[in-house]
Design a protein around this ligand. Structure first.
Ligand code: G
Ligand code: G
Ligand code: MN
Ligand code: NA
Length: 250
């Protein structure tokens, strides 16, 4: 069977599941939200990483219905969490091509009963690389609903700075590669500091990704990152563990 059929059947037979990774306030160390991360329970191969199947879903176009499922499921899950806890969803460039994305977002929020302010959408610069007039218009429309837009994997692309001029992002997520080297590289520390300061002067908050040690936490806190995400506070968790964690949230 071709890939498209396999992914279609995976979707129809509920083989996809969302895991959630905590996002934590750097100062209070309280959970403020979760990033939804897709998992595929393949009947023969077991748990398949999105690194393996997202590219295939993009090639076949199946990322559009799969992405819609992710958005709807994440909004439904988040609607049962405390009102101060948000949810972040990753979007692929192809989801902007369908021209129905803004409508899908409105519909997902409405069906779940989730206020727009609790949803954040993460995009990489590749969304703005091609056909950026349509993508930009869609992004503006979605942001006008009150949904926040985050730039993911910041610093790894070709011209991240010019994208900050193209669109009023609400959040910058500093790529893990910079955080990993924080303790060993003065240059990485200087880059993280510069991104935080740049964000602050543009009114954009910053999240440090891939924080694994308390030394890294201390460093990004000193540099003024407002949130962190990483194994130090938690790996991506199944929804049952999210509910356990939230029981302790006050
Ligand atoms: O935990 P992790 O292995 O989940 O994620 C690997 C990669 O897959 C990351 O780059 C992440 O952004 C991407 N990814 C995870 N879930 C989704 C999703 O629902 N949609 C898209 N487009 N990408 C996702
Ligand atoms: O590309 P994006 O930032 O959406 O994907 C997040 C990816 O980073 C996921 O694969 C997630 O599992 C992974 N991740 C999150 N926190 C850490 C961490 O502290 N260390 C490492 N090595 N990976 C992480
Ligand atoms: Mn992400
Ligand atoms: Na990222």
């Amino acid at each position: 069977r071709d890939l498209e059929t396999v992914l279609q059947q995976a979707l129809e037979s509920n083989q996809f599941e969302l895991y959630y990774q905590p996002q934590v306030d750097t100062i209070t160390e309280q959970v403020v939200g979760f990033e939804a991360l897709l998992r595929w329970h393949h009947p023969e191969r077991g748990l398949v990483s999105p690194v393996e199947f997202i590219p295939l879903a993009e090639e076949t176009g199946m990322i559009v219905p799969i992405g819609e499922w992710v958005l709807r499921q994440a909004c439904k899950d988040a609607a049962s969490w405390p009102a101060d806890i948000g949810v972040a969803v990753n979007l692929s460039p192809l989801q902007f091509k369908s021209q129905t994305l803004a409508h899908t977002v409105v519909s997902a929020l409405g069906d779940a009963g989730l206020p727009a302010s609790r949803l954040e959408l993460e995009i990489t610069e590749s969304v703005l690389l091609t056909d950026n007039d349509t993508a930009l218009a869609t992004l503006h429309h979605i942001r006008s609903l009150g949904v926040r837009i985050a730039m993911d994997d910041f610093g790894t692309g070709y011209s991240s700075l010019s994208y900050l001029r193209l669109f009023p992002f609400d959040k910058i997520k500093i790529d893990q590669s910079f955080i990993r080297e924080l303790g060993n590289s003065k240059d990485c520390a200087a880059i993280v500091k510069a991104v935080v300061d740049l964000g602050a002067s543009l009114g954009i908050t910053t999240t440090a990704e891939g924080v694994e040690t308390s030394d890294q936490l201390n460093r990004v806190r000193e540099q003024g990152c407002s949130e962190i995400q990483g194994y130090l506070f938690g790996k991506p968790l199944p929804i049952s563990s999210v509910h356990e964690l939230l029981k302790r949230h006050s």
